[in-house]
Ligand binder design. Sequence first.
Ligand SMILES: [Zn+2]
Ligand SMILES: [Zn+2]
Length: 410
Amino acid sequence: MCPKPGITLNITATASLALPSAVSVAPRVQSHRSQRSASFGRRCPQYGQGIVSPALGPGRVAGASVYSTLISIIEGHKRRGIRQVNLQLAAIQPFGRLDHNGLKGALLLFLGFSAQALSAGLGPYAHLVVNDSPGTPRDGVRVTYLGTNGYQFEFRGHALLVDPYFSRVNLLSVALNSRIQPDIARIAEGMRHLAPKADAILVTHGHFDHLLDVPIVMSKTQARLVASASAITLVRQLPDAGAPSGDAVSAGDVRLIGPWKIRVLPATHDRLFGKVPFDQHEARGPGPPQRPADWICGEPLAFLIEIGGQRIYIDSGGTTAQWPPHEQVDLAILGVALPDSRVRLLGALERLEPRYILPSHQDNFFRPLDAGFQFGLLTDFSRVRRDCERENRGHLILLDYFRPWTLPRK
Ligand SMILES: [Zn+2]
Ligand SMILES: [Zn+2]
């Protein structure tokens, strides 16, 4: 899908957002000549860098100082294409020909681009970031953050993984629902930080940022998959899945795997634009999942992990329709990517009374891991922090990518 000749492009994305080079460009008017000379098949022409003055026209929004990109997908009247328009951050005018899905994709994309400019890293919260030092006692469970909602827990030579995800599919592919696949090089790089073998991989739900890399990580770590039935169905539909050892669980189940006691708990998923993304509970078809929307949410789960006398609760977020149990835990890892889960945070802390609180799923997971931790734009860590301090029950901590921290004993 290439912009049509004559359309004004105003794009300030940079390559550091891990977008294809075709959109790592700045604005200019797409000329008929460049369209003819540079468009080969479905490939889009390249554009040079530059700064534009606002371009006004029907269905467009003029900007004054800060521009981002809005890509609208136009699918009506047998037309399909991308239209790129100006967007002023402060004043959004009518969106013209955007349909509902196009608007959602475009907003997602816009927010991601904005996150590039507006989001901070962990620097301002360095005093909350914990990691082991050479003198740290290693008698407790060791926690390594893998980005997004991914964790490795280690205890006496055993390892357990939750939601490992290293591929970090870029935002454009998600917004356009393009074909996606695991990034072998990124997985290999991420797995350099993992134990060579794992007892199990727990998966909270089927979205690509939780499940996409799991089959490969399973094959390399010889771990058994513990996930909802729909997530296991997705994995089994992959052509190279072989015969993965999937253990379909549902809320209420308990699994004893090596030294780990895993209690499966009910959960809900945050809504985005009023709706759970890719909300289906059944696979969309018999074929393998190929696009972001094929990685359906399925039945969201949370887990209570008991290991070596310590208790860890983990979810990937949720709504007030489902609360964590009234159980004291040593560490609560709570997804806070979106507003729903932040509304739920105080109540979750009241129930879990954790000694340590680790907010999760709050990085911009469209950026590669080696670009470093950056908060996603839809996160609100200052609110999370305020609520945690108001509750005043546990230590609020943050983890940086691949820097292990051992949960202290009581
Ligand atoms: Zn999700
Ligand atoms: Zn997620």
